[in-house]
Write a protein that binds this ligand. Structure first.
Ligand SMILES: *Cc1c(COP(=O)(O)O)cnc(C)c1O
Length: 426
């Protein structure tokens, strides 16, 4: 008997009592590669991408994977081979696109704090677009481009001032945050950009937040952006592409975000109604392409019953899975070998010396030391946000495809973690 763990997502499943990632038993992966371990399903990523591709069938649209969600090279390779471009936020990410064989002409460079060196490098490599976030950045990019005797392709990130109804730390399209150019300064900013000889205006972009589970904020943002496109073009600056950013949520804990194709059916209907259906479109999804394609396998080290709480201490920690500590985020936690024994409520915590080091609270589990658990929805913003805190090496990563399991990153050793350090002279 098989049972998928998340509705509509057949890639992480039980066969009888055993957890599988596609055709590979999780217990076998833990045995072969050790724990804690990230495991990703290639088929799950391509399924998530296919929902966007279906949504855009017959349209002029470019999907740029927002690689900060998970920037491991093999994952970039999967998306590059599937025709994606990349949304990057640093020169480091640009170097990863190159290393993974991505198409540099399909790279868009986002972020509020690009340095001159980063601009120079991206211009020399011929990226597709700079998503500029402020008037002062426009001036600097113009100077850098002129110094290289090139024109920088630019889009201006405008802040549509809509509430995406998500966690405040991942809400980015409201007036009070650091992102983008204010809606009421947008026309002026475009006129300025059009007058700078080192810049070539190619588009407009917005990104209103992350883990968005409703359609309305997107529809509102789209209306606000289309109003601006009309005003900017009336002021004499043509806009070639419209980039609606990323942000679509995933099911972590019974969340019900729209499917990408259903979301885009709604958005395209609006674009058509307003006469923008034939424009070149871009999107920058991150989490929704990889989040539910990954799990983290971890071993139970100790059970610690207490007066107020019982603790289940596992070998993964906040440095590996930072989202609970950072955003009080929820990850499902399930046993690798399902058991019918009586469950107990545990706080699942890691070995790090912080009370913030928890992975799940009050979870009903029937476990013993030595058992393995899977932390679900761990494909996005886990490995890419992980650290070496407590001199814990970053985890190994495995990607499962039709040929089996591939080690795409080896586990860091202690020596790896201090390889860049020097002792003082004796
Ligand atoms: C983080 C980010 C994205 C991706 O967001 P998700 O919620 O992972 O889809 C897209 N665009 C920009 C500018 C971002 O900063």
């Amino acid at each position: 008997m098989t049972q998928a763990l998340l509705p509509g997502h057949p890639h992480v499943l039980y066969r009888d009592d055993q957890l599988f990632v596609d055709q590979v038993p999780a217990a076998q992966l833990a045995e072969q590669f050790g724990t804690p371990l990230f495991v990703y399903s290639k088929a799950a990523m391509l399924d998530a991408l296919a929902a966007y591709q279906r949504g855009f069938a017959g349209r002029r649209a470019q999907i740029c994977y927002a690689m900060k969600a998970n920037s491991s090279l093999a994952i970039l390779q999967v998306f590059a081979q599937a025709g994606c471009g990349f949304d990057i936020v640093s020169a480091g990410e640009l170097a990863r696109v190159q290393a993974a064989g991505g198409d540099l002409s399909k790279v868009i460079f986002s972020g509020v704090g690009k340095t001159r060196a980063e601009m120079r490098q991206a211009l020399q490599l011929g990226i597709g677009c700079f998503n500029v976030e402020s008037e002062s950045e426009l001036e600097v990019l113009n100077e850098v481009a002129l110094s290289l005797q090139v024109q920088a392709p630019v889009s201006i990130r405008v802040n549509p001032n809509v509430d995406p109804k998500t966690h405040p730390y991942i809400s980015t399209g409201l007036k009070g945050n650091k992102f983008g150019v204010a809606h009421d300064r947008a026309v002026q900013t475009y006129q300025r950009a059009a007058g700078l000889p080192g810049l070539r205006v190619v588009g407009i972009d917005c990104h209103i937040g992350s883990q968005i589970t409703q359609v309305d904020p997107y529809l509102d943002a789209m209306d606000r952006i289309l109003d601006l496109v009309e005003a900017i073009e009336q002021a004499g600056v043509p806009i070639h592409h419209i980039d609606f950013g990323g942000g679509l949520g995933i099911n972590y804990n019974g969340d019900t975000p729209p499917e990408a194709d259903a979301l885009w059916a709604r958005l395209l209907a609006k674009l058509d109604a307003r006469g923008f259906g034939q424009r070149q479109l871009m999107i920058e999804p991150g989490r929704s392409l990889v989040g539910n394609a990954g799990i983290c396998l971890t071993e139970v080290l100790y059970l610690k019953p207490g007066e107020q709480k019982n603790f289940c201490i596992v070998d993964a920690a906040m440095n590996d899975l930072p989202r609970p500590a950072m955003y009080e985020a929820f990850h499902g936690i399930v046993p690798v070998q399902a058991s019918r024994a009586q469950a107990t409520l545990y706080d699942v915590v890691g070995p790090v010396c912080e009370s913030g080091d928890w992975i799940g609270r009050e979870r009903a589990l029937a476990v013993q030391p030595g058992d393995q658990l899977a932390v679900l929805s761990a494909g996005a913003y886990c490995m890419s946000m992980s650290s070496n805190y407590n001199t814990r090496g970053r985890l190994a990563e495995v990607l499962v495809d039709e040929a089996g399991a591939h080690l795409i990153r080896r586990r860091e050793t202690a020596q790896d973690t201090f390889a860049l350090e020097n002792l003082l002279p004796a």
